[in-house]
Design a protein around this ligand. Sequence first.
Ligand code: BYC
Ligand code: FE
Ligand code: FE
Length: 474
Amino acid sequence: MIALQEKIPNNVNLAENRRLQRALEEWQPRFLQWWMEMGPEGFQKDDIYLRTAISVEKDGWAHFDYVKMPDYRWGIFLVPPTPDRVIGFGDFMGQLIWNEVPGEFRKELRRIIVTQGDTEPASVEQQRLLGHTAPSLYDLRNLFQVNVEEGRHLWAMVYLLHQYFGRDGREEAEDMLIRRSGHADTPRILSAFNKPVKDWLAFFCFTMFTDRDGKYQLAALAESSFDPLARTTQFMLTEEAHHMFVGETGIGRVVERTAELMRQDPNEDARAQGGIPLDIIQKYINEWYSASLDLFGGEDSSNAANYFAAGLKGRFREGAPGLYFDHVILEGAYRIEVPDESGPLHPTEIPLRRAMNLVLQDAYVADCERALGRWNKTLETAGLGARLTLPSQRFNRQIGVYAGHRFSPSGVPLTEEQWQARHGEFLPTEDDYAYVESLMAPVYERGRFANWIAPPARGINGKPLDFEYVRFER
Ligand code: BYC
Ligand code: FE
Ligand code: FE
């Protein structure tokens, strides 16, 4: 049952749980205050053509209309329970799922939910200035769509904290609005969510690579033994698809335009034509892909083993029929080359349960490879020889076994000296950022696009490209 007219739209019978309803209604104005302070700067009075989640039906879950962002109806939506659902993996496999938090896993669950929840407002903070330089109204609208939905994802986690974690949960919900991306004293929890997202190429890389970590983490949680977490993340994944569409097609459109400009130029120089050269695109990919790999945690992780054992986090599509035959995994090892005393790349084996972060990361890497293939197809079709690549999983890591060691994008160990001499070939330099920034001028006329990006193949919700996706207040 969906209560859309209530203060907080929901399908969790909030009206019948007065205590919870009151607590969330107290949190709501603080969320809005955070939104006004840290949400998209300068566009809160404009009418944006947005979709709003209004149900959990496969067809018709979303409603499109103009809305001012502060009036967006952030709601709480969980996929309905599956009758008699049992735990699909780990030590409790085959037992009935949990509708309450078991005491022995309370700490772990709280930590997972807080970490997940923290990323959502963080990303809104990181993106808050981008509206001023959008390459089109279409892109401006997509930015805001992603922003409001990340706001709803925060609501999804805050609901779980309030409903299932009592006083601790309420305190955690408060803290979600206190931490700030990149803040020296109260930063966000995970590394990539404290990095500045300086420009639209970074935004497309963020939605391509960092939101995609979100997809894989949410998919792992969608298998959870704690059923409310599974049901809420299942619905979040529905919205997440659009975020990754924005990233993948965003980079794709930049590549397409760059290829076009290269062909127009006597020296195949996109920069001479006011575009973003492929080597800068490659460096941005290197930066955001490596930062996003860090979000999977360490390759060898006892946390990951504990989460799997308790059924809290599964593998990607753990429950899909026929994909995995062993869901308990008491045996088996993951072979990997790690830096140690005997050399920069020494073979070792991680017991499989402890390697779950890596197993999830592998599914992510394959998905990224697929997208690279599409962008390279664009280059090939344009008759160009250059190709984009994903760097090695060892490159530029701050978390896990490769942290503190230097590798080239192809995964070759480098000395510190070699790294210092060459990192400007691998990662964006100040000059690269400055050049991209010099291209960032807003294009707000209907149907027009900045010179450095191709138009998308089609508009949003069947609307034409020259649709007025954002109506500015006059
Ligand atoms: N940055 O056992 P380890 C999304 C810490 S994105 C900083 O190796 P574990 C979204 C770790 O906390 C998805 N610290 O790793 C995207 C631990 O600290 P302690 C977000 C890090 O715990 C775009 C220590 O290192 N969801 O939704 O197995 C826009 C050793 O940890 C990092 C989730 O992350 C890091 N990158 O795995 C909007 C799901 N990595 O204990 C939204 C919930 C590790 O030594 N989170 N550490 O103090 C988790 O499942 C796990 O916490 C992680 C880490 C996968 C993140
Ligand atoms: Fe999200
Ligand atoms: Fe997202």
